[in-house]
Design a protein around this ligand. Structure first.
Ligand SMILES: NC(=O)c1ccc[n+]([C@@H]2O[C@H](COP(=O)([O-])OP(=O)(O)OC[C@H]3O[C@@H](n4cnc5c(N)ncnc54)[C@H](O)[C@@H]3O)[C@@H](O)[C@H]2O)c1
Length: 337
């Protein structure tokens, strides 16, 4: 059985990828420090797949631990999800984000490259694009991240390029995700939300459920069809499927391949609210507030490269996303506790 190491594998996206890897009969090792996830996720994964992934509780910054993991196992691939992910928090706690995300990734990747891991997949973000002239973003654009979070992701992408120039034998896949949303169709795993989340979809869901009285929508005077911001929302099941395609893609590729993972279509905040109301059959009260600094009017992926090179295409639409988030909300009213 081929072994895959998944950092951040108890987190939102990582856990959905672990499910698909186990279903494809990979032997999965999860490394996570549980700073933004819970151990119970492993049991939930077993409930879905009938298999329990190997779990190592630890930090990607722990050099001894990472060396030990690679000394004890021969991995077919490494999928690196572990990171802190709040854009706004990365502005307040810049050093903490740099240490966790950049220092941690450098440490992990240095060791993985030394150990000659052939397939490495890195979770980057649409945040590396920053404010582009065109709302539709293509992988080849000049990158100009605005937030510390985006700048950190770019530093790691550059580190990966450095590996490539130093040794042509290593290949990487870099995935730039757009807005990851949705949940497993079983409703067993999904996005386990902290009190402080500023992500739209969980807030919409909690408002529909009555846990939040009124949804705050930031900005209704953007130059968009209804004045609210437009984003590319991609179902986490589609994202997970792209990772499986990514693994299969490696033998043909000895380079760095960077792919946008998005649907290629932008929905407004009000589109999301209306679709969620339809699916949940609940009313979602909302109010408008001022735009948040740094928020873009519109941003969506050009997914052409992933569609053609990986033979991957997002299959699920906004209605599917809202249905699965609502199902997860009903089955986990207070999250994973
Ligand atoms: N969710 C999105 O919309 C989105 C968009 C673009 C990129 N990304 C990237 O995708 C990846 C996964 O995101 P997610 O939404 O699943 O986040 P998440 O917070 O749910 O999962 C990240 C996991 O990494 C773990 N972790 C964090 N720091 C660690 C460390 N130092 N050592 C070990 N484990 C650590 C956390 O405990 C958590 O389980 C991240 O790299 C994130 O930056 C996410």
């Amino acid at each position: 059985m081929k072994k895959i190491l998944v950092t951040g594998g108890t987190g939102f996206i990582g856990s959905h990828v672990v499910v698909q890897l186990l279903n494809k009969n990979y032997q999965v090792f999860v490394l996570d420090n549980l700073s933004n996830s819970k151990k119970i996720v492993l049991e939930k994964i077993r409930k879905i797949t009938g298999k329990l992934p190997n779990f190592i509780e630890g930090d990607i910054r722990n050099i001894n631990l990472i060396n030990q993991i690679f000394n004890e196992n021969i991995f077919e691939g490494l999928m690196h999800f572990a990171a802190l992910k709040s854009l706004s928090d990365s502005e307040i706690n810049a050093e903490k984000y740099y240490d966790n995300n950049v220092v941690g990734s450098n440490n992990l990747l240095d060791i993985a490259v030394k150990k000659n891991i052939k397939k490495i997949i890195f979770s980057s973000s649409a945040a590396v694009y920053g404010n582009q002239k065109s709302a539709k973003v293509v992988e080849t654009m000049l990158l100009d991240p605005i937030t510390n979070y985006g700048k950190n992701k770019l530093l790691i992408e550059k580190k990966i390029q450095k590996f490539q120039t130093e040794s042509k034998n290593i290949s990487f896949v870099i995935f730039r995700y757009f807005n990851a949303v949705g949940a497993h169709p079983s409703g067993i795993i999904g996005e386990d939300i902290r009190e402080t989340t500023s992500n739209l979809m969980p807030l919409v869901s909690k408002t529909a459920f009555g846990q939040i009285k009124k949804l705050t929508i930031f900005g209704n005077d953007y130059p968009t069809k209804d004045g609210t911001g437009l984003r590319d929302y991609i179902h986490v099941e589609d994202l997970a499927a792209a990772h499986i395609k990514g693994l299969e893609f490696f033998p043909k590729n000895k380079n760095i391949s960077t792919f946008n993972l998005g649907v290629g279509k932008a929905y407004s905040v009000l589109d999301v609210v209306k679709t969620f109301e339809l699916v949940s059959k609940r009313k979602i009260p909302y109010e408008f507030s001022k735009k948040r600094p740094g928020d873009l009017a519109e941003c969506y992926a050009d997914p052409f490269l992933a569609n053609s090179d990986l033979q991957w295409k997002a299959k699920l639409n906004l209605e599917d996303i809202c249905r699965d988030v609502w199902n997860f909300q009903i089955k986990n009213p207070i999250g994973y506790e």
